[in-house]
Design a protein around this ligand. Structure first.
Ligand SMILES: CSC[C@@H](O)[C@@H](O)C(=O)COP(=O)(O)O
Ligand SMILES: [Zn+2]
Length: 208
């Protein structure tokens, strides 16, 4: 097996394992969600989930390889995720090696509650160390963008919000897109965000 094929297969399996773990958390309702992992930087190539499929199932048709314009690099009847362009822009704007997008109840409720403010900030939470923030009074801010139906426009709206220290963007009443330098880090960031959203909503409920 060639080195390139070996790398492709290793990354495929890594993304498939992440997909299984997120599925076990029930984070892919109604075929929602899409995942990608970078295969090469220059030129940009990444594996992305095929569109419209049940991401809880593990099959040989789960991912396809696309280029820096989100176009398939292989002869296939599969369509790349409708939101591939979001992954593309994240790879072009950050040092991400993996990008994950999920729709959960908690991330949708948070995005609606704070959508008019355009951000939500978390502080005084041990779990923000998951973002490599170690200061005692450190904080993490998540921008919230409008859910534009035009996907290139949505991708630009997300890209515009990316600053140093941004690891995820909420799309209002839609979901969250997060990234990390590799699959492990992207999943860590996603789990940390979802914990913070759940904590915030539960505390709000208990103290109202
Ligand atoms: C089935 S509703 C969700 C879709 O509209 C979309 O937002 C989504 O996350 C999944 O789209 P997909 O094209 O399968 O990657
Ligand atoms: Zn989506």
């Amino acid at each position: 097996m060639s080195f390139i094929q070996d790398t492709h297969d290793t990354l495929w399996n890594e993304l498939a394992d992440i997909k299984d773990e997120l599925a076990a958390r029930d984070w892919f309702p109604g075929t929602s969600g899409n995942l990608s992992i970078k295969v090469s930087d220059d030129p940009l190539k990444f594996l992305v989930t095929a569109s419209g499929r049940d991401k809880r199932k593990r099959t040989p048709e789960d991912f396809l390889l696309v280029d820096e314009n989100s176009q398939p690099l292989e002869e296939t009847s599969l369509k790349p995720s409708a939101e591939t362009v979001l992954h593309q822009r994240i790879y072009q704007k950050t040092n991400a090696g993996c990008s994950l997008h999920v729709h959960t109840l908690n991330n949708n409720v948070i995005s609606e509650l704070y959508g008019d403010e355009g951000t939500i900030t978390f502080r005084n939470q041990e779990l923000i160390k998951a973002f490599n923030i170690w200061d005692e009074d450190g904080s993490i801010t998540v921008p919230i963008v409008k859910n534009y139906a035009d996907l290139p426009r949505l991708a630009e709206a997300v890209a515009e919000q990316i600053k140093p220290g941004t690891f995820g963007v909420l799309i209002r009443n839609h979901g969250i897109t997060v990234w990390g330098r590799n699959g492990f880090e992207a999943k860590k960031h996603l789990e940390a965000f979802e914990f913070l959203f759940g904590y915030h909503l539960q505390l709000k409920q208990m103290t109202k």
